[in-house]
Write a protein that binds this ligand. Structure first.
Ligand SMILES: *Cc1c(COP(=O)(O)O)cnc(C)c1O
Length: 421
């Protein structure tokens, strides 16, 4: 452990909650260097939707490496990229009636968000981008200006400009969209006409807030009416996390721009995309650049993930069943421990439980860790325990994790009662 204390910057954060050294991982399980194993209910913050070292994806990658397939390709054509684009078109876009061109950005989510914001400004000639309370979009300056969290914003060290904030659905009981419309139609509202609206349809870091279909449809129609571009940041909620490949599918809206990263490679390899309606593709060659836009290993595993899990509806059914299992446990826990919890939140395998305080959720997460499970919190005060297992998790592994959580809730509830008496 000493080497980390001595050598690694204080900026590390997850490691503080899970102070062990991991050495290998398979499926839903993480193994430490001294033989302990942990059930992974964090899954790389949603980057490991298909689990650690997924056998099918791993074999495809091993075969590719064995043939000396291209590893780094800038943005040059490669066979691996052609196969990825074909799989994306045939199994994701076409069945959903979506028509997008694909921009490969630098391999982090925040880089895709930067590119999406740039493009929206370039296309419309406007600067302002409307974002929402509790939104999280990344930590580089442009994406950070769209992010709500003060802890992250505080790290900028410079003014965060070019965005305006509106209340997300349900925020402070305000009808944010009514406000938006009023402000757009009022010459004196002080809201500069935006280039775009940028949002997560289920807010990941901000606390698993879900935008309803009705709300999304209203937002989409306001955008259309005022010629404002609609950008959905599906970096966390996409790739099946909410039950469908894209989080916005159940709402029927068709965003102008979509960002994807986290689980798009399927294997935890860095990769990020901007999907843009063809008529928006006014980029000049190289205008948004990046050395690592051609991670061909990521293309290989991304292709395999799509063809294995998204060629038919079976995987969606599996996610739905596991999501019901999580929901049943949440409802049971809410009834059993009214002193700890307020409500269940989220959708699909992007669900969590809101605790009465951040100290309760932290105590539960800590207790889960003691009992062999990695789980994280989210929300403005970290008051939400977030169940983020790989989507490929089996019924019995999920039951095991939910059982650990319920045991932890029991321990924390008992401690609270002792303290009170
Ligand atoms: C994680 C995340 C990002 C940022 O991705 P990085 O790879 O960490 O830069 C952006 N938007 C959302 C919704 C995210 O969950």
């Amino acid at each position: 452990m000493d080497i980390f204390k001595k050598q690694e910057s204080n900026v590390q954060s997850y490691a503080n909650n899970f102070p062990v050294i991991f050495s290998s991982a398979k499926g839903c399980w993480l193994h430490t260097n001294n033989g302990k194993r942990y059930l992974d209910f964090l899954a790389g913050a949603g980057s490991l939707n298909y689990g650690h070292n997924n056998d099918v994806l791993k074999q495809a990658l091993l075969d590719y490496i064995d043939c000396d397939g291209i590893t780094h390709g800038l943005d040059m054509h490669s066979q691996a990229k052609a196969e990825f684009l074909t799989a994306l078109r045939n199994h994701i876009f076409s069945p959903r009636n979506l028509d997008y061109k694909v921009q490969f950005t630098g391999p982090t989510g925040t880089n895709a968000v930067e590119a999406a914001m740039k493009l929206a400004r370039k296309v419309t000639g406007r600067i302002n981008i409307v974002t929402f309370t509790n939104g999280f979009h990344g930590c580089t300056i442009g994406a950070l200006s769209a992010t709500g969290n003060q802890h992250h914003r505080g790290g900028a060290g410079m003014p965060l400009i070019g965005t305006s904030r509106l209340p997300y659905e349900g925020y402070a009981g305000v009808d944010g969209l009514a406000l938006f419309e009023t402000m757009l139609n009022d010459n004196s509202s002080g809201l500069d006409k935006p280039a775009a609206v940028l949002l997560e349809t289920v807010q990941g870091e901000g606390g698993l807030n879900v935008a309803s279909t009705e709300w999304l449809k209203r937002l989409s129609s306001i955008c259309k009416q005022h010629k404002i571009l609609l950008i959905v940041d599906d970096i966390q909620a996409g790739c099946g996390r909410t039950g469908t490949f894209f989080s916005f599918e159940p709402s029927g809206i068709k965003p102008d721009i979509v960002t994807l990263s986290k689980s798009i490679s399927g294997y935890g390899l860095p990769m990020a995309l901007v999907l843009l309606k063809p008529e928006l593709d006014i980029w000049q060659p190289g205008e948004h650049n990046g050395t690592f836009r051609g991670n061909n290993h990521a293309f290989v595993t991304a292709t395999k993930a799509i063809t294995t899990y998204w060629a038919n509806g079976e995987f969606e059914q599996h996610i739905d069943q596991r999501a019901n299992q999580v929901n049943t446990a949440i409802q049971r826990t809410l009834r059993r421990y009214p002193s700890l919890f307020i409500r269940g939140k989220g959708r699909g395998l992007m669900q969590g439980i809101e605790c009465k305080s951040g100290s309760i959720s932290s105590a539960i997460a800590r207790t889960c860790f003691d009992k062999g499970m990695i789980i994280e919190t989210a929300g403005p005060d970290d008051e939400i325990v977030k169940f983020f297992c790989p989507l490929t998790i089996s019924e019995s592994e999920l039951e095991q994790g939910l059982h650990i959580f319920e045991q932890a809730a029991d321990i924390v509830a008992t401690k609270l009662i002792k303290k009170a008496s």
